[in-house]
Design a protein around this ligand. Structure first.
Ligand SMILES: [Zn+2]
Length: 285
């Protein structure tokens, strides 16, 4: 096999149907493109990650029939993150940001995804003994990248989000930083994930470049499960977990059929084997 793809859930809750659809895309891509599958538990946010959810990720995937070749957990990488942060600080690429959430909301414009575009208020400020996040200085340049499903993008992270946090006010590593370090250190060649992460890609490519990786992974962002009216799953629907279905006696085939149906891949929610589900998903790639 010539490359590696990752499935990277956060153990901040149980897996739900959205995760299952993402897993189908990752496993289908691995099969189609001949890639190794790496399971990465993204517990960078130590305030929200729970041990019972870590165990449940593995159990639920195995129950559904998914197999993977390697595995890692971000909390085992924290020393390595700290060393990388130190190197970035020595290069003057990181600065503390003392802005409160309220100030961030009030003092910065927003992009089309509703995210703030940080205007660099704290860049060059005298260090204070006060709670702060750490932001990385992003270069003011256009990142050209290609999505294997959606086509070409040209985005400037400086204009899209501005300097972004790599550590939050509580000292937790951010998703953006952890994922970039891991994608580099774990030699990930393909990233397949939901469209909700589309806005993260240019800034991740920019950060990886700063960290020394100039050949970013290939990206594909898949459609999300929507409700009957075409809206993203509500919080209530999301909180309905695979674990609850298992406990209610629902079979993996029934669950797979339901996710295929909700994704518009089959016309009725009939039970489906994992093999059939992967075959159908593969046609979307
Ligand atoms: Zn600030």
């Amino acid at each position: 096999m010539s490359g590696k793809i990752r499935f990277a859930p956060s153990p901040t809750g149980y897996l739900h149907e959205g995760h299952l659809l993402s897993a189908l895309y990752v496993w289908a891509a691995a099969k189609k493109w001949g890639l190794q599958i790496h399971l990465r538990i993204e517990d960078h946010d130590q305030g929200r990650a729970r041990p019972e959810h870590i165990a449940a990720i593995r159990e639920d995937l195995q129950w559904l029939g998914f197999k993977w070749q390697s595995e890692s957990i971000q909390s085992a990488h924290f020393d390595s993150y700290a060393k990388i942060l130190e190197a970035l600080q020595q290069k003057g690429l990181v600065y503390p940001c003392y802005c409160s959430r309220k100030e961030l909301e009030e003092q910065n414009p927003k992009n089309q995804y509703g995210e703030i575009i940080y205007q660099g208020k704290c860049d060059g400020e005298q260090p204070l003994d006060a709670p702060h996040s750490l932001r990385i200085k992003v270069p003011d340049k256009v990142i050209n990248w290609h999505d294997l499903r959606l086509g070409d993008f040209a985005e400037n992270p400086k204009l899209q989000c501005g300097d972004f946090p790599i550590q939050d006010r509580h000292g937790c590593w951010t998703y953006q930083f952890a994922v970039c370090v891991d994608d580099i250190q774990e030699s990930i060649t393909h990233v397949v994930r939901g469209e909700d992460l589309l806005s993260s890609t240019a800034r991740q490519i920019a950060l990886m470049e700063i960290l020394g990786r100039t050949d970013p992974p290939k990206y594909l962002h898949h459609p999300l499960i929507v409700d009957a009216s075409g809206k993203k799953l509500s919080k209530r629907e999301k909180s309905h977990s695979i674990r609850e279905d298992r406990d209610a006696g629902i079979l993996p085939q029934e669950l797979l059929g339901r996710v295929l149906f909700k994704s518009g891949l089959i016309p009725n929610p009939a039970p489906a084997s994992l093999e059939y589900a992967l075959e159908l998903t593969s046609r979307q790639l």
